[in-house]
Design a protein around this ligand. Structure first.
Ligand SMILES: NC(=O)c1ccc[n+]([C@@H]2O[C@H](COP(=O)([O-])OP(=O)(O)OC[C@H]3O[C@@H](n4cnc5c(N)ncnc54)[C@H](OP(=O)(O)O)[C@@H]3O)[C@@H](O)[C@H]2O)c1
Ligand SMILES: *[C@@H]1O[C@H](CO)[C@@H](O)[C@H](O)[C@H]1NC(C)=O
Ligand SMILES: *[C@@H]1O[C@H](CO)[C@@H](O)[C@H](O)[C@H]1NC(C)=O
Ligand SMILES: *[C@@H]1O[C@H](CO)[C@@H](O)[C@H](O)[C@H]1NC(C)=O
Length: 320
């Protein structure tokens, strides 16, 4: 008679019921629920990351995106601990630097767990493709082995073009769950598909995840266009929503998870309220055909093109 009770105690918890999610492929082959909304933390020092996580989690967020390279996993870990939310009820995405060999990869992966004060992450991404095919394969296999020991529920990549993904798939034993890429209004009519081939990713069962969906790092005025620009403001007025909410809704309505960064409570609250309205097909089409703000990075940062086996776009270096 105690068996059902025992079963209840063992029942694994998960993200809260009703938290908007999309299934991704876990390392074990079982689907994992990936949150459609999370908190970004790029460029935040530890203290800001800690307080942003604490505030976001008090508002209901259950996903944070960080990276070894952000040097703030310690602050994120402290914020998560301070939130007192049970570990099974939230989702951590972090990233290992691209281009490391197998032993350096494993060391960085374990250091991430220690800094984040956890025994596993939900999603571990390779942050950049690295410089050559052999090292990309070596690093993926090291990540895979580490994850299969119970340290990541799902694994994936970031900034990988089609050829990078094909290389990984040629050696992989586990699914590539996610490819995280820059994606925002202004680049819906994609001019750089070779750098973020969403159609290809989706054809392979790889979830396309967006970053910089508010164009935060874009040059002025692009960094404000998706917050207070005329197009998103006009559409927002029809729904009693802000421009930022329209910009984020445009991505999530396509099934693309977003991880907007904010350290302002009012903005965090706004960014979490994306699921009580829907853009019309006409509004979606207008947003998708916008041609600015353009993708950031490709014109200023030659490394953004990595070594995709395509002609690189003409590089126009920004004058400092
Ligand atoms: N894989 C990669 O290589 C990669 C690259 C870039 C980013 N990412 C990830 O994606 C996350 C998001 O991208 P991002 O940080 O580049 O920029 P973002 O989220 O597009 O924009 C962040 C900026 O928008 C402002 N903001 C946020 N919500 C707002 C609102 N509701 N109203 C007005 N302003 C608002 C924030 O300022 P306030 O603090 O004032 O709100 C901040 O300055 C990153 O933090 C990181 O986790 C990954
Ligand atoms: C792996 O990379 C690390 C850090 O760059 C280096 O110290 C180490 O010698 C490398 N190991 C091998 C087997 O190449
Ligand atoms: C956009 O960039 C400009 C120039 O760097 C800056 O002054 C402004 O505060 C930024 N706007 C936002 C919303 O971050
Ligand atoms: C508009 O949105 C604000 C902020 O969410 C809310 O307080 C207000 O009640 C809404 N107004 C209407 C008419 O729905």
């Amino acid at each position: 008679m105690f068996l059902p009770f025992f079963g209840l105690l063992l029942a694994t918890s998960d993200l809260p019921t009703g938290y908007p999610t999309v299934p991704i492929r876990g390392v074990s082959g079982k689907p994992v629920r990936m949150p459609m909304i999370g908190l970004g933390t790029w460029l935040y020092p530890d203290a800001v990351a800690q307080s942003a996580v604490t505030t976001a989690f008090s508002l209901g967020y259950r996903h944070v995106d960080t990276a070894f390279g952000y040097k703030n996993q310690g602050g994120v870990g402290q914020g998560l601990q301070a939130s007192r939310v049970p570990r099974e009820e939230y989702f951590i995405t972090t990233k290992v630097p691209g281009g490391l060999n197998a032993s350096a990869t494993k060391a960085a992966l374990d250091e991430s767990l220690a800094l984040l004060r956890t025994t596993y992450v939900d999603l571990m991404l390779i942050h950049y493709p690295g410089s050559d095919s052999a090292s990309r394969k070596e690093q993926w296999l090291a990540l895979e082995q580490w994850a299969l020991s119970g340290k990541a529920r799902a694994i994936g990549v970031s900034h990988y073009c089609r050829t990078h993904i094909e290389e990984v798939m040629s050696v992989s034993h586990t699914p590539i769950a996610v490819n995280q890429n820059q994606y925002h209004v202004g680049m819906g009519r994609d001019t750089q598909p070779r750098l973020h081939d969403r159609a290809f990713d989706e054809s392979q069962g790889i979830l396309f995840e967006a970053y910089s969906t508010l164009c935060g790092p874009c040059d002025y005025p692009g960094n404000e266009t998706l917050l207070t620009g005329p197009l998103v403001t006009r559409i927002g007025r029809a729904h009693n929503k802000t421009g930022a909410q329209v910009s984020l809704r445009w991505a999530v309505q396509q099934g693309i998870p977003v991880i907007p960064k904010s350290s302002t409570a009012a903005h965090l609250r706004e960014n979490f309220e994306l699921f009580d309205f829907a853009l019309t097909a006409e509004e979606m089409a207008v947003l998708s055909s916008a041609t600015s703000p353009a993708e950031t990075g490709t014109t200023q940062n030659p490394d953004d093109a990595q070594d995709c086996s395509f002609e690189r776009p003409a590089i126009v270096r920004a004058s400092k």
